[in-house]
Structure formats: C-alpha cells, structure tokens
Design a protein around this ligand. Sequence first.
Ligand SMILES: Cc1ncc(COP(=O)(O)O)c(C=O)c1O
Length: 366
Amino acid sequence: MSKIEISEVKLTEEEIQAAVDVLRSGNLRQNGQCDAFEREFASMVGADHALTCANGTASLHLAYMSFLKPGDEVLVPSFTFLATGSMVAMSGGRPVFCDIDPQTLLIDLGDAEKRVTERTRAIAPVHLFGNPVDADAVAEFAARHNLIVVWDAAQAHGASWANRDVGSFGDFVCYSFYPSKNMFVGEGGMICTNNPEYDQKMRLLRSHGESGKYLHTVLGFNYRMTDVEAAIGRRQLLRLDQMLARRRANAQVLSAGLESIPGLRAQKTTRQGVHAWHQYCLVVDGDQFGCSRDGLAERLKQRGVGSGVHYPRGLHQQPVFEQLYGPLSLPVTEKTAETILALPVHHGLTVDDARAVVEAVRQCRG
Ligand SMILES: Cc1ncc(COP(=O)(O)O)c(C=O)c1O
C-alpha cells in the first residue's frame, strides 16, 4: 500500500497564484486582502464582525486581552492544544482545567460546574477535532454564572450546531489557519464576534493600540496578518465546502468500517452537531482490540498508514501548568490521553484510501 499521510497541506494553483499576485503588487502588509477576507469569512459563518490576525494563538490572546482582569478564572477543558490554556495565563488570568466527556471528548459541563468560584469570568469550550460543543448547554451555563464565552474553533472551520455555523456563536470565536487545519494559509488566525466593542478593542490591540497615525491609546501587539495569507485564505474559502465534504465522506467510511471492531471507539458527534472532522480519533481499548494504542500506531506505520496522538497528556499534566498551579487529577482526560489515536481523514484522501485505512486497522488486531 502506498503511504497514507495523516494530513494534506497542498495549496491549489489558484491559491498559489493569489499569493503571487500580492507578492508582485508589493502590498505585503495587512491591507485590502485582509479586509476582504474578514468580510467574506464573517458572511460565511454569519458573524457580525471578523478580524484577521497572525495565528490562532494570537486570536485567543487578543480575545482574552480585551476583557480579562488579573486573577480572573477561565474554565478550560484540559484535553486540548496548549494555547487554549496558555493564552488565559498570558493575559493575566488563571485557566481552571476541567475534565471531558468520555464519548464526545468535549468539556464536561458537570465537572466545570464544580469548579466555578466567585472569580470565574469566562468559559472556553473547544470544538475539539471539529466536533461542535452543545451551544445551548454552554449558553445556559454561561448565563447562569454570568460568564463570557471564548470559543476555541481552531479545528472547526465549517462545523455547525443546530444548523448554525460555530462562528456565529457570540462573544469570541477563535480560529487558526495553521497547516494541517481544515483551512490553511501558513500562519494565520481569525476572531469572530457579534459585539462591536470587542471588535474595536481587538483591532486596537492587534496593532500597538494605535488609534491614529502614531497615536497609541492602549498597550498592544503586532498581531497582524499579511495580505499574502489573506489572499490564499480568500481563495481557499471557495473550496472549503468541497474539502469538508471529502472529510465527511471519509469519516463515514471509517466509522462504517471500524464500528464493529471490538476495542475501538470513535469520538461521538454531539447531538445536533455537524462535525468538521479536522481529526478522526479513536479511543483504543488495548485488551479488547488485542494491541495498545502505541502498538496500533506502530503496526499502521508498517502498513504505510500515518496516525497521530492528539494529545499525549492533558494540559493539567503539562510541566508548565503543574509548576504554576500544582497537581490535579482529571481521570477521563488522563485515560483518553493514554488511549487516543488519530487516523487519516483529510480532504486529500479518496474514499478508497479511507477503505484502505479501515483494512489496515483490521489487519492490526490481536
Ligand atoms: C485547539 C487549538 N487552539 C489553538 C491553536 C493555536 O493555533 P496556532 O497554531 O495557529 O497558533 C491550535 C493549533 O494547533 C489548536 O489546535
């Protein structure tokens, strides 16, 4: 079997040409392409405002810097990429790590409830691997505790919940365009919001707090995107639906082929959710399947099939957070981190490739 990679990051000729046109124009900084990308992205997801920025990490930083006060606490699922938690800390707040639901692998609001204090200011649900979080449950939780919601949609371009694109959900929705994501421009990020004040604040923070030429009214950063990435992003928006359709068709083949295999359990899509399949993740029960997660990864590699471990530890198990906040036990996160494996599902795969992945997994049993 030829090698089936875990991700696909090739730009189309049209996307490359769009970047070349900007390079030729000499307009390398944030400019008209960024403005147009913001308008088109906002319109696609149904948000009032969208703001380009340097990367997904910067999008989270800008969101938190626009409202968080020192010592404020933010409820963060422990099973996610580092930046979901680290940007809270870098903005002067404290991420309070919560456990996840073992089926959906998304924040467990029951566990989060136990961690609410008088300092809790926000909640940061992550649409992990593209699986949309139940937005009604989050809205009810946030309203009851008077919290701001910072959605981490870095992996969820095109995901929807109850027929609404996840980008339309409200306070802050943060995206990444890092290679390997469902949309990829190199380095890049976007924040959607329906709140004009947050939009204005983040625009100031994005560019040194400059409200007029060399007039700086707040402390800020240089977190701007350039027109090169924006031009690629605009072109890529035109094929996002097509790329998502491929991911969804591949996920369907994987699910149909794998669900009867003892010892394997795929991430469960939330009720009313339309998954964007950034990753297709299995939880492996080594005793039932006949080999461990790491054993399966190794056997797949021998058969020319790539796989990935996202993530090998929860954020509460990261040395940086253990040093800052001390030890914490979150059993579902810890067990998931030991047993999870991502299989190829990306838009570059055909349905036949997905079938070949299923067959390779079957051969790895016992
Ligand atoms: C869930 C999540 N949040 C935030 C980020 C940060 O995005 P970036 O790598 O563009 O800074 C990522 C990227 O891997 C991510 O997966």
